[in-house]
Ligand binder design. Structure first.
Ligand SMILES: Cc1cc2nc3c(=O)[nH]c(=O)nc-3n(C[C@H](O)[C@H](O)[C@H](O)COP(=O)(O)OP(=O)(O)OC[C@H]3O[C@@H](n4cnc5c(N)ncnc54)[C@H](O)[C@@H]3O)c2cc1C
Length: 1006
C-alpha cells in the first residue's frame, strides 16, 4: 500500500478550513454551516480526516518519540522542513519512492534530533491498521448525522495503492462524497447547487439590473462544449466592463468569460462585441497575447443580447498603477512590458492578419473627434463648459500626419493580465474600442493615469506620486520609450493627444452617467460619472491650453502681404504728438476683405470691429496719454514717486469707461472672452504697438507687465478659488502683482538654477530665499507675488520647481532695496531685491502642483513675451517720428539736419529695421494664432533676439540726432533706450534666444 496521500494533514487542511470559514462566514472546524430555507439550519457535515476521523499523525509521532527516546517535536519539524521541497511534501506528490523518502527523511530527522532516528519504525506505525483506522467515536457520530437525513463528506486526497487504485482507511458508505479534493468539491458543489470555490479576483455576484438568464445560457454552453460540462454553472460579474458587461463562468472544468452588449437602446456603433470577437481572433493568430475566443453568439434570444465567449486567463491585473508592494525595478519592468506589448500591437501587419477592412485607413483622428462629439451630444445631460470649448478646439488642432495601425482604443494597465511571477503580459483585454487608426492615441491613453489623482474612482491615478522613487516612468519617459522602440521621432503635439484622450474619457463617462440614469449602466460608480466627466473634461482643457491654440484652421493663401504706406509725424507739437503710421495709399476696401485668419500687416487689414478699436485707442493716446506724459514724468522724478500718480489713476478710469481695458488676454487663453477683449495675437500686436508709443500707456489700459503675464497664468492654470481671489482685483486694475524668479546668487537665465526653497510643513508651504530684479514689487498696490522656488531638489531637472501665489502681506517678505536701470528706479513699481524668510502660505497657494513651475514659467511667457516685442516696435516708431520732426526743424552748419546725408541714412536705416522687426513680430503672432505657440517657437525666439536690439539702435540714432536733449527727461527717448537695453536681459538674455534659434536651425534646416 502506498500511503503517499495519507497524511496531507497540516497545510492542506488548514487551507480548506480557512477557505470555508471565510466563504461561509462560519468558524466551525471541520464542518461548514449555512441556513437552508427548507428544514433546519444544516444540510451536510464535512469532515477533515487526519486528527478528526483518524488519529492525528502529530499525536502518533509525539507518542512514538516518547517511546523511542527521540527528542520531542523531531518528526513534526522534519514534516515541515524544506516546505514544498522538503522530503515529506516531495514524497506526498509522488516524486520520491518510499525507499528514497525513508532515506532522506531519516537523515533529516537524525540531523534535527542530533541522534540516529529509526524512521522506518515510525512509518510502519503510521501506516499500520491500528493507526489508519477510523476512530469509533466518529463512526458513531456519522451514523447519527446520516440518520437525521444530513449528508456527510470527508475532505481528503485519495490514498493510492501501488497498482494505482485508490484506497481510503474509512468506510466509504458513511460518506456521500469521498474523493480527491478537486473532485470532492466539484461533487459537493453539484450536491449543494452553488460554488464552494474562491471567486476569481475582480468579480462579484451579478447585480440585479445585470442578471442574465442562467438556464438559457447553460443550455447554450452545454451544446457548445458538449460532454465536458457536468456540475452547476457559476456565474459572476466582473467589476470592470463599464460598457460591455463581462461575466465569469465556471462550468465543470471550464473557466470562461462572457462579454455582452448592455441591455436597452444603445448608442449607434457602440458596444460592438462582434468586432471584439473578430479582432481578438485575428490578433491571437498574429501572436499578440489575447484570451482565446471560443464562440460568438449574435442570437439575442439566448441571453437577451449578442455576446461572445473566451477562455478565462488567470493572472494578475494591476488595478493600482502605483503597483504597491512591488520593488522599483519590478514596477519599471511592468511598465516596460506594457509599453512593449503596445509596440507589438502597433507593429502587426493588419492586412496580413485579415484586418485590412477593420477600419478606415485615413483621417482616424478627425473621425474619432466627430464620433466622440456625437456620442457626447447623444448622452449630454447638462452643459459642461470645458466640453463645449474642446468641441470647438479639437477639430481646429488635428495632427497633420498620422500612421495607421491596429489601435486598442482603451489601452491601460488594468486592461492587461500579467504573469504572476514575471513582468510578462499574458493577455490584453477589452478590445471594444479597437479599430485601425493613429497609434499615438493608444500611447496617450496609457498615460491617463499619470494625470489622474489616486482617488479617481474608475481609473486610479498617479498624479502627485513620486514616480522616480517608485521606479515608474513619467508620461514623457513612457512616450520616449515607445518612440525609441518603434523607431519613430517623438511627436511635438503630444498634448493634443492627451487633450483628445481626456475628452474621450469625459464623453465615455458622460455616456455611463446617462445610462445610470436610465438603469442601463453596469457599474455601481456609474452615478458618480457625471461629476467625473466634468473633471476629466477640465483636465482635457488643461492639455489643450498647453498645446496652444491655432485660432484659424488654415493659413490663408489669398491675403495680400504687402502694404504701401508712409510714416509721418503729425503737425502737432512733438512733445504731445508722436509719429503715427498712416496707410493712406492702402485701398479702404481692404478692410472689407479682412479675414480673421490673415497675416494682417497693417491696421487697415484688421476686421472692422478691431479696426474701430484701434482707431479709438489711437485717439485716446493722442487726446489723453501723450499730453499727460510730462506730468507723469515729473511725478516719477518727485519725492512722491513711490506712490501711484493720481493722473495715471484718472486715465485708467477713463480708459476703462471707454472699454479700452484688458485688451491683452489672447483669444487662445480666454476663448469665451470672460476676461478680455478676445483679440487674436495679430490683432493685439497692432494695438500693443500703439500702446508702446508711450511708456505709461500699457498701465493705463491695464495691459502692463508683469500683471498681464500673471493674469494669463491665473486664467490658464489657476484653480477656481485662486482665480476668484486674485483675478478680480487684477482685472479691475485695483491691485498689481509681481513675478519672483531671478536670484542674485545663481545664473537665472537658466531657470533650473533657481534655489529658493519651498518646504512642506504642517499643511503649509514655507518659503526661504533671496530674489532680485522683481519688477513691480515696490508698488504699494502690489498684492500678489507669483513666486518660483524649488520643492524637490532631487527630482528631474525640470520638475524641481514649483509656483506659489504669495500674498504680499504675508509675514517674512522683506524688500531690501530698489535696483536701478541706468540710475532710473522705475517708481512706483521699481525692481526690488527681496528676502523671503520663513514665509508660510497654505498649500492651496500652489499653482498646478509641485514640480510644475517650469512648465508654468514657459507658458506664462508665451504671448506675454511677444508683447514686449510689440511694444518695442512702438517705442521705435515713436523715436523715429520724434527724430524726423527734430531734424526737420533743427539747423546746424547752415541747413536743417535733415539735409545731412548721415541723418538721411540713419532715417532710412531705422525705417528698414523697424519694418523688418515688425514683420517678424507679426509673423510670430500670426503663427501663434494659426499654428499654436509651440509651432511659433522659432519665430518667438527670433523676435526676442531682434526686437530689443533693433529698438536700441533706432532709439540710439534718434538720441544722437536730438543732441544732448535726447538724453534728458524732456523726451521719452532716454527711458525708451534704457528699457530696450534692459529687455536684452529681462526677457531672457540675447544669447539664450540665439542658442534656441541656432539649435532649431541646425535641427530642422540642414
Ligand atoms: C529691468 C529688468 C526687469 C526684470 N524683471 C524681472 C522680474 O520681474 N522678475 C524676475 O524674476 N526677473 C526679472 N528680471 C531678471 C531677468 O529675468 C534676468 O536678469 C535674466 O533672466 C538673466 O538672468 P541673470 O541676470 O541672472 O543673468 P545670468 O544668468 O547670470 O547671465 C549672465 C549672462 O550670461 C550670458 N549667458 C547666459 N546664458 C547663456 C547662454 N546660453 N549662452 C551664452 N551666454 C549666455 C548672457 O550674456 C547673460 O546676460 C529683470 C531684469 C531686468 C534688467
Amino acid at each position: 500500500m502506498c500511503l503517499r496521500r495519507l497524511l496531507q494533514f497540516l497545510p492542506l487542511q488548514r487551507t480548506w478550513r480557512a477557505a470555508f470559514r471565510k466563504h461561509g462566514q462560519c468558524g466551525h472546524q471541520g464542518a461548514w454551516r449555512w441556513t437552508h430555507s427548507e428544514g433546519g439550519p444544516y444540510r451536510a457535515v464535512i469532515f477533515d480526516m487526519g486528527g478528526v476521523l483518524i488519529p492525528s499523525p502529530g499525536r502518533v509521532a509525539a507518542e512514538w518519540e516518547v517511546q523511542n527516546h527521540i527528542p520531542s517535536g523531531t518528526i513534526l519539524k522534519a514534516f515541515i522542513s524544506g516546505g514544498e521541497n522538503g522530503p515529506w511534501m516531495t514524497f506526498m506528490r509522488g516524486e520520491l519512492t518510499e525507499e528514497d523518502f525513508l532515506q532522506e527523511f531519516g537523515r533529516l530527522c537524525s540531523e534535527i534530533a542530533e541522534t540516529s532516528v529509526p524512521v522506518d519504525s515510525f512509518f510502519s506505525l503510521l501506516t499500520s491498521e491500528q493507526v489508519a483506522k477510523q476512530l469509533p467515536v466518529m463512526t458513531e457520530a456519522i451514523t447519527q448525522i446520516r440518520a437525521k437525513g444530513l449528508k456527510t463528506a470527508v475532505l481528503s486526497n485519495n490514498f493510492y495503492l501501488s497498482n494505482g487504485k485508490s484506497f481510503l482507511p474509512l468506510d466509504r458508505k458513511q460518506f456521500d462524497v469521498v474523493d480527491d479534493p478537486e473532485v470532492a468539491v466539484k461533487e459537493l458543489e453539484a450536491l449543494l447547487g452553488f460554488t464552494l470555490r474562491k471567486a476569481p479576483p475582480n468579480t462579484r455576484p451579478m447585480s440585479k439590473t445585470m442578471e442574465i438568464p442562467v438556464e438559457s445560457l447553460e443550455k447554450h454552453l452545454k451544446a457548445l462544449l458538449g460532454t465536458r460540462t457536468t456540475g452547476p454553472l457559476e456565474l459572476r460579474q466582473f467589476d470592470h466592463g463599464q460598457s460591455n458587461p463581462t461575466y465569469f463562468i465556471r462550468l465543470a472544468e471550464q473557466q470562461l468569460v462572457l462579454r455582452k452588449k448592455p441591455p436597452g437602446t444603445l448608442l449607434p456603433s457602440a458596444h460592438a462585441v462582434e468586432r471584439e470577437f473578430r479582432v481578438m481572433k485575428a490578433l491571437a493568430n498574429a501572436g499578440i497575447p489575447v484570451p482565446k475566443v471560443l464562440d460568438l453568439c449574435e442570437d439575442s434570444s439566448v441571453i437577451g443580447t449578442p455576446f461572445y465567449l473566451m477562455e478565462y486567463c488567470p493572472g494578475l491585473i494591476y488595478k493600482d498603477p502605483s503597483l504597491p508592494g512591488l520593488e522599483p525595478s519590478q514596477r519599471q519592468a511592468i511598465y516596460t512590458a506594457m509599453n512593449r506589448v503596445l509596440c507589438r500591437i502597433h507593429s502587426v501587419d493588419f492586412k496580413a492578419a485579415g484586418l485590412g477592412d477593420y477600419g478606415k485607413h485615413g483621417d482616424y483622428i478627425p473621425r474619432q473627434v466627430q464620433t466622440w462629439i456625437k456620442q457626447y451630444r447623444a448622452s449630454e445631460t447638462s452643459t459642461l463648459p470645458a466640453m463645449e470649448r474642446l468641441i470647438e478646439w479639437l477639430p481646429l488642432h488635428l495632427p497633420r500626419q498620422q500612421k495607421v495601425t491596429v489601435v486598442h482604443g482603451d489601452f491601460r494597465l488594468d486592461n492587461l493580465v500579467f504573469h504572476p511571477e514575471k513582468p510578462e503580459v499574458l493577455a490584453v483585454l477589452d478590445w471594444e474600442l479597437s479599430t485601425l487608426g493613429d497609434p499615438l492615441v493608444d500611447v496617450a491613453f496609457s498615460c491617463l493615469a499619470h494625470h489622474l489623482p489616486p482617488s479617481f474612482p474608475i481609473l486610479r491615478g498617479l498624479s502627485g506620486c513620486d514616480l522616480t522613487q517608485l521606479g515608474i516612468p513619467t508620461a514623457e519617459e513612457y512616450f520616449r520609450m515607445y518612440c525609441l522602440h518603434m523607431g519613430i521621432p517623438p511627436t511635438d503635439n503630444w498634448n493634443f493627444y492627451m487633450a483628445f484622450s481626456f475628452f474621450r474619457v469625459a464623453a465615455i463617462l458622460q455616456g455611463v452617467y446617462k445610462r445610470s440614469l436610465t438603469g442601463q449602466a453596469s457599474s455601481t460608480t456609474a452615478e458618480q460619472s457625471g461629476k467625473l466627466a466634468e473633471f476629466t473634461s477640465e483636465l482635457a482643457w488643461e492639455f489643450a491650453i498647453k498645446e496652444g491654440f491655432w485660432v484659424f484652421k488654415e493659413m490663408p493663401a489669398t491675403k495680400p502681404l504687402t502694404r504701401p504706406y508712409h510714416t509721418w509725424a503729425g503737425p502737432r507739437s512733438l512733445l504731445s504728438t508722436p509719429g503715427v503710421r498712416s496707410y493712406t495709399s492702402h485701398p479702404e476696401s481692404s478692410s472689407a476683405r479682412a479675414s480673421k485668419g490673415a497675416l494682417v500687416v497693417s491696421p487697415e487689414g484688421l476686421s472692422p470691429s478691431v479696426r474701430a478699436l484701434y482707431e479709438q485707442l489711437k485717439q485716446f493716446m493722442e487726446r489723453h496719454v501723450y499730453p499727460a506724459e510730462p506730468a507723469l514724468r515729473s511725478h516719477q522724478a518727485s519725492a512722491e514717486r513711490w506712490t501711484p500718480a493720481p493722473l495715471l489713476e484718472e486715465l485708467k478710469e477713463k480708459a476703462k469707461a471707454e472699454g479700452l481695458w484688458n485688451l491683452f488676454l489672447p483669444l487662445e487663453t480666454d476663448p469665451e472672452r470672460k476676461y478680455g477683449a478676445g483679440l487674436t495675437n495679430v490683432e493685439y500686436a497692432h494695438l500693443c504697438e500703439l500702446m508702446g508709443m508711450s511708456l505709461y500707456a500699457p498701465e493705463i489700459f491695464n495691459c502692463s507687465a508683469p500683471d498681464t503675464g500673471n493674469m494669463e497664468l491665473l486664467v490658464r492654470y489657476g484653480t477656481e478659488e485662486q482665480k476668484a481671489r486674485w483675478l478680480p482685483p487684477l482685472l479691475e486694475g485695483r491691485a498689481r502683482s509681481c513675478f519672483a524668479m531671478t536670484e542674485p546668487q545663481v545664473a537665472s537665465s537658466d531657470a533650473t538654477n533657481i534655489e529658493s526653497s519651498i518646504r512642506e510643513e504642517d499643511g503649509f508651504y514655507v518659503i526661504n530665499g533671496r530674489k532680485w530684479w522683481i519688477s513691480g514689487i515696490l508698488d504699494p498696490r502690489c498684492q500678489l507675488c507669483v513666486f518660483m522656488g524649488k520643492t524637490d531638489p532631487h527630482a528631474p531637472r525640470h520638475q524641481q520647481q514649483s509656483v506659489l501665489l504669495v500674498p504680499m502681506d504675508t509675514p517674512g517678505i522683506k524688500v531690501i532695496r530698489p535696483l536701478t536701470v541706468y540710475g532710473l528706479d522705475d517708481a512706483p513699481g521699481g525692481h526690488g531685491e527681496v528676502l523671503f524668510e520663513q514665509v508660510r502660505v497654505p498649500k492651496e497657494s500652489m499653482v498646478l502642483g509641485p514640480g510644475r513651475g517650469f512648465e508654468i514659467a514657459q507658458g506664462r511667457l508665451g504671448p506675454g513675451r511677444i508683447h514686449h516685442c510689440m511694444r518695442l516696435i512702438g517705442h521705435s516708431e515713436r523715436a523715429l517720428a520724434l527724430m524726423k520732426a527734430r531734424v526737420k526743424s533743427r539747423v546746424a552748419f547752415g541747413k536743417p539736419l535733415v539735409e545731412q546725408g548721415t541723418i538721411l541714412a540713419d532715417i532710412a536705416q531705422s525705417r528698414v529695421e523697424i519694418e523688418q522687426a515688425r514683420l517678424l513680430v507679426l509673423k510670430a503672432a500670426h503663427l501663434m494664432d494659426v499654428a499654436g505657440n509651440k509651432a511659433a517657437a522659432l519665430e518667438i525666439a527670433m523676435i526676442k533676439m531682434v526686437a530689443p536690439s533693433m529698438a536700441y539702435q533706432v532709439i540710439d540714432r534718434a538720441i544722437q540726432a536730438f543732441g544732448a536733449a535726447g538724453l534728458s527727461n524732456d523726451y521719452p527717448l532716454a527711458q525708451f533706450f534704457a528699457w530696450a537695453r534692459a529687455l536684452r536681459f529681462a526677457d531672457g538674455p540675447d544669447e539664450v534666444h540665439r542658442a534656441v534659434v541656432a539649435k532649431m536651425e541646425l535641427k530642422h534646416r540642414i
